[in-house]
Design a protein around this ligand. Structure first.
Ligand code: IFM
Length: 444
């Protein structure tokens, strides 16, 4: 059926359609941050991969945005690399500032609305060496950086994410120890989440103040990107799996997303020091819910590997369950806060592109169902435009609509069939037969 005949298949206008990436994962050459230093540790990164060149997006951003524009995207999520813009405390680098102006100009020329993230996991070395996100002073330093960026770029950027996935950032780095700073201490992880949330509250206000001056009369949207994950007890009958699942769901999903409601941060997991903090600036500091959604895990108590895929699950290349149906539940959960919801990340590590085309169609279905149920879904930013440096997994997780050959110094990009699926979706602003056909022929 043609979507023009079926309003239930249509998305509202305007709707953000696009893809994303983050500075350290795509740019190459980011050597003044803690991730670069972490990468130098033997065994830290799968196959000893390195972000040294990554996608060379730092020099190729214009042609990359041309690919996105040709695919009918109208938005793009990117991050500013703090260690480039402010390589030393209080010293703002003119060349880096000019670079991101050029990036934003290029996005505008290509008709792509920027969705800018200010902290996507990396820290300037001077921040890391001063205690990173455990040091209370980092909150103020980050808010200064956010204010600087909003003043500098506010006229060009209407959509902002302050921090990306504070819960993932903290648990990977301070609890699982597989990201910098490589620690295993849940109490410290909770403190890091709290500091990021507090920083968000202050940065939210700073960005609004500066954007009101830089772009009077324009609506500015500020949020943070929240990673929501499905968690179920691996053994539904087992009381300890259920209990563990309950605690993890509470801290990872619920406590983080609820903090802005009353301006209260309240984080706890058994065996760790609870963090309870009133942050008045956090209250109401969310213009939209930025939802990052990928998968679900079975939770197993007291296991060396506490998160495992459910039996029979279809897995992506990183062993994560492909569960696009769960996106509807995540959207409904996000919608409880009464704010517009933008999917700031959703994707599949799938080098052969066998799963991704179907997953994009399933994501569109989930968005339409959530909209029918009253959730104000306003955008879909696929993760990612390009294959990129997947943190400790190196180049193993290929999330791109475009494949990148990291073995070739020229880093050629190759369009995957799933790019066509998203392209048709974005062009029609509807889930049409042409979209479904593209997905079906991609996997045939
Ligand atoms: O690549 C990451 C991204 O940096 C943050 N969200 C999840 C993605 C896939 O793991």
């Amino acid at each position: 059926m043609d979507a023009t005949l079926d309003p239930a298949m249509q998305f509202p206008t305007p709707f953000l359609w696009g893809a994303g990436g983050s500075a350290h994962q795509v740019e190459g050459g980011n050597r003044a941050n803690d991730w670069w230093r972490f990468e130098q540790m033997p065994g830290a990164i799968r196959h000893c991969d390195s972000s040294a060149v990554a996608c060379d997006h730092y020099t190729r951003f214009d042609s990359d945005f041309a690919l996105a524009a040709a695919d009918h995207h109208n938005a793009h999520r990117l991050s500013f690399e703090w260690s480039r813009i402010e390589p030393e405390r209080g010293r703002y680098d003119a060349a880096a500032i000019a670079h991101y102006h050029a990036v934003l100009d290029s996005l505008a020329r290509h008709g792509l609305a920027p969705v800018v993230t200010l902290h996507h996991f990396t820290n300037p070395l001077w921040i890391a060496d001063a205690g990173g996100w455990e040091a209370p002073g980092t909150i103020a330093r980050f808010v200064e950086f956010a204010r600087f960026c909003a003043r500098e770029y506010g006229a060009q950027v209407a959509w902002w994410c302050t921090v990306n996935e504070p819960e993932v950032f903290a648990f990977r780095g301070w609890s699982e120890g597989i990201w910098p700073p490589g620690l295993r201490d849940n109490s410290r992880a909770l403190a890091v989440i709290a500091n990021q949330l507090e920083a968000h509250g202050h940065a939210y206000r700073a960005i609004h103040e500066e954007c009101a001056r830089a772009a009077p009369g324009r609506t500015t949207h500020v949020s943070f990107a929240k990673h929501r994950v499905g968690l179920v007890p691996l053994r539904a009958w087992h009381p300890l799996d259920r209990l563990q699942c309950h605690f993890e769901n509470r801290v990872f999903n619920e406590a983080v997303e609820q903090a802005h409601c009353e301006g209260v941060i309240d984080l706890s997991v058994p065996g760790a020091k609870r963090v309870k903090r009133q942050v008045p600036e956090l209250r109401g500091a969310l213009d939209f819910y930025g939802l990052n959604w990928y998968t679900r895990w079975g939770v197993k108590a007291f296991a060396s590997e506490p998160h495992v895929a459910l039996p029979g699950a279809v897995l992506n290349d990183l062993g994560w369950e492909l569960w696009p149906e769960g996106l509807e539940a995540a959207l409904r959960a996000a919608g409880r806060f009464g704010k517009p919801v933008v999917i700031t990340e959703n994707g599949v590590a799938d080098a052969t592109d066998a799963l991704r085309p179907h997953a994009i169609v399933a994501a569109a279905q989930a968005m339409l169902r959530a909209r029918a149920a009253g959730v104000d879904v306003r955008g879909y930013l696929h993760w990612s435009l390009l294959d990129n440096f997947e943190w400790a997994e190196g180049y193993h997780g290929c999330f791109g609509l475009y494949a990148v050959d990291f073995g070739d110094p020229a880093r050629p990009r190759t369009r995957r069939r799933s790019a066509e699926v998203l392209s048709r979706l974005a062009q029609a602003n509807a889930l049409t037969d042409a979209v479904r056909d593209a997905a079906a022929s991609a996997v045939a």
